[in-house]
Ligand binder design. Structure first.
Ligand SMILES: C[S@@+](CC[C@H](N)C(=O)[O-])C[C@H]1O[C@@H](n2cnc3c(N)ncnc32)[C@H](O)[C@@H]1O
Length: 707
């Protein structure tokens, strides 16, 4: 990728001349604001050629679209408009626009946003990247140009009210205003300037969730290690690695690193950097201690980089910064199980499965069955339940004394196999039933029974709620000792597990009957997911007006947790505990505050089911129907909750991230649990891949402030 400005110094000089001429005559109050004549051939290095679509083009940094002075704002807007129109005419596809001057405050940001909105309309094929500092209190790129139009702003237009001080968050706040005014336009994103010292993790996480298409690393971002090599701090390494794992990874742009040797000589053969560096060359630099080192001004940083460049130029690497980035590329941490499995699914919206209404395809079952954890944990739970049953010398529901197991909703049969394995490993005999309503899966179950299970299983094709129970040798209907099911959705009950299990509970041994799972809980946390919100907004205004009305299953990746716990995480500890970059944990560095919404447990007390059936019966004593329609038989499964989430930083909530936990079985050996909750998944069922989280999007995103 090459970069180019859209106009050049010739044009700049022309505009300054015009400004000068105008201000000379400023005594004439009737004079209209000046017009900038159309671009001349010498004003621009660009032209419509084959390569222009590959260029990263830049609008002028010497304009001030957010100026409070109407003259400067007008000229800036005019320059900007000419540049955008010409870049679009030439076929440029990428334009970087230096962000608003934050010191002008909110009004200036809105003014800037209006220009961007106009540009999006003028140039319909161009993507715009607004260039902003990651930490607004340490702007990495500052124009100290004598020709900067901002210098000519007239003092009488200085805002009277004290403008809010620029804080580290000001750039993010400005971005939030710009993209909101531009309605989360899909051609609008961020070019982020990385500072020498990374800001607090909360601000890093916020930027990670935003559509950053370009990470800009000025030379001053680099530290110098004992070997006098340019390297990045651990915080930079971790942030860059996380960004590079995104579905749409940003480009990395190096600046101020000096002329590339031979760049002007088309005949020179340049050896390009491979990133093969010795461990000492790429060794981390000590974290700067003196405040000057921590936060050099941009001018100091540039000087420092220049000094070091001279010193280091004696080494034979002509592009040491690039070499280090390539070194990082070579030394990325390996992908986790979930990243490997979910490759193409990051932040991809899927409508939740409805396995009760729909009959799943074989391929869907096949995907579940790849889970390395879920089935193993079910087998552990079943084995523990069998050992406990046997150990407590409980009577069974079979004539033979075998423990009667029914896998209800057995799909293609993986849990049936696990139940048979558990019986074999514990030595507790079982009698197994496989109940499935999907007629297509039923065929496979029968085939499995012949070919794999050697006829040890009774396969029944029915809705579990209509199943009367195991038929005994004498023709009577018996009971089941252990009901095994996996009817859980991403938010626990959203695939109707409670309703189905209530409906089959009548077959369960009323004294000792066990349900695996024995309980499940739904959990959620407020999140910022601008990308997903923009996707849903676009759908809702085009193909699917109900896009915001339903929850979505999605491998949430580019998100920011808005409510976090103060506790350390492996991803935050690794920044100071000497962890090597190849071993980095690329999860969110701040632990989310995930709260429990509600719980379901099985089997239900008999009195609850008796009341449900009374309501269903429709008699006068049955209470006259449900509170929100229906016969009221499912009223006991109604849930609601109110939860307060402390908020640490200002933000925008785009929705709730939903998860679940389940206790499969809890007996004498302790609980066997599954979890997709980011706060507990690592401990309970690390590497489980069967469920992605669920997103409850907000139609109107919620601006939230620090509590
Ligand atoms: C999520 S799949 C799990 C399949 C299998 N147990 C596994 O773990 O791979 C749920 C299965 O339950 C079945 N199912 C859902 N509701 C049912 C019902 N009321 N009666 C019988 N089967 C049901 C579906 O057809 C589907 O095969």
């Amino acid at each position: 990728m090459l970069t180019s400005t859209i106009t050049n110094e010739h044009f700049h000089t022309r505009v300054l001349g015009l400004l000068n001429a105008y201000t000379q005559n400023s005594a004439d109050a009737s004079q209209p604001l000046p017009l900038i004549p159309a671009l001349d051939h010498p004003d621009t290095p660009l032209g419509p050629n084959d390569t222009v679509g590959q260029l990263v083009t830049f609008t002028s940094s010497w304009i001030d679209l957010s100026s409070p002075d109407p003259l400067i704002a007008h000229l800036s807007r005019h320059v900007f408009h000419l540049e955008i129109a010409y870049a679009a005419f030439c076929g440029a596809s990428t334009v970087v626009v230096p962000g608003p001057r934050l010191a002008h405050g909110q009004h200036g940001v809105s003014q800037f946003a209006r220009s961007i909105k106009e540009a999006l309309a003028t140039a319909s094929y161009v993507s715009f990247h607004v260039q902003l500092p990651m930490d607004a209190s340490r702007p990495g790129v500052e124009t100290d140009d004598l020709g900067d139009l901002a210098r000519f702003a007239r003092p009488e237009f200085e805002p009277k009210n004290e403008v809010k001080a620029v804080t580290p968050w000001s750039a993010w706040e400005a971005w939030d205003t710009i993209r909101s005014i531009c309605k989360y336009h899909n051609r609008l994103s961020v070019a982020l300037d990385l500072p020498r010292r990374m800001p607090p993790l909360a601000l890093q996480s916020r930027w990670f969730s935003e559509p950053v298409r370009l990470l800009h690393l000025p030379a001053a971002t680099f530290l110098v290690n004992a070997r006098q090599s340019f390297v990045l701090s651990k915080a930079h390494q971790a942030f860059i690695f996380r960004c590079m794992r995104l579905q749409r990874a940003p480009w990395l742009l190096l600046s101020d690193i000096g002329q590339l040797p031979g760049v002007d000589d088309p005949d020179m053969v340049m050896s390009y950097s491979t990133g093969h560096l010795s461990p000492r060359t790429a060794e981390d630099a000590p974290i700067p201690e003196s405040s000057a080192d921590i936060a050099p001004t941009p001018a100091e940083a540039a000087q420092l980089a220049q000094k070091l460049r001279k010193k280091i130029s004696s080494s034979n690497d002509p592009t040491p910064h690039l070499s280090y980035l390539r070194y990082m590329q070579r030394n990325q941490p390996p992908k986790s199980q979930i990243e490997r499995f979910g490759g193409g699914f990051q932040d991809y919206l899927q409508s939740p499965l409805q396995p009760l209404t729909d009959n799943l395809e074989s391929i869907t079952y096949e995907v579940f069955e790849k889970d390395p954890i879920k089935y193993a944990w079910y087998e552990r739970a079943i084995a523990q339940a069998l050992r406990d049953w046997h150990g407590k010398r409980r009577s069974t529901s079979s004539v033979s004394g075998a423990v009667v197991i029914a896998v209800v909703g057995s799909g293609r049969g993986p849990l049936v196999t696990r139940a048979l394995n558990a019986s074999a490993s514990t030595g507790v005999p079982v009698q197994v039933y496989a109940i499935e309503k999907n007629p297509n899966a039923y065929v496979l179950l029968q085939r499995h029974n012949v070919e794999t299970w050697k006829g040890r299983v009774t396969v029944v094709k029915t809705d579990m709620r209509a199943w009367k129970g195991p038929t005994q040798p004498d023709g009577t209907v018996g009971k089941v000792d252990i009901l095994i099911s996996e009817l859980l959705g991403s938010f626990a009950d959203n695939e109707l597990s409670p309703e189905c299990l209530d409906g089959v509970q009548h077959v369960l041994n009323p004294n000792h009957g066990i349900s695996i799972p024995s309980s499940y809980t739904a959990h959620f946390t407020p999140i910022a997911t601008p990308k997903l919100w923009a996707d849903l907004y676009n759908r809702s205004t085009s193909i699917d007006p109900t896009a915001f009305d339903i929850p979505w299953v999605v491998m949430l990746t580019q998100l920011d947790y808005l409510s976090t716990d103060a506790k350390e995480t492996p991803a935050s500890q690794q920044l100071t505990n000497g962890t090597k970059m190849t071993n980095f944990n690329l999860e969110a560095p701040l632990a989310p505050n995930v709260q429990t919404a509600w719980e379901f447990s099985h089997p239900l007390p008999a009195s609850v089911l008796a009341q449900s059936s009374l309501r269903k019966g429709g008699s006068a004593v049955g209470g006259g129907g449900g509170f929100v329609g229906g016969d009221g038989a499912n009223e006991h499964n109604y849930r609601h909750c109110k939860i307060v989430f402390p908020i640490q930083e200002p933000g925008v909530c785009h929705g709730l991230g939903g998860y679940f936990e389940t206790v499969l079985y809890s007996g004498s050996e302790g609980p066997v649990e599954l979890s997709t909750n980011p706060a507990t998944m690592e401990a309970k069922s690390k590497d489980m891949i069967s469920w992605f989280p669920i997103l409850f999007p907000l139609k109107v995103c919620l601006v939230i402030s620090k509590t």
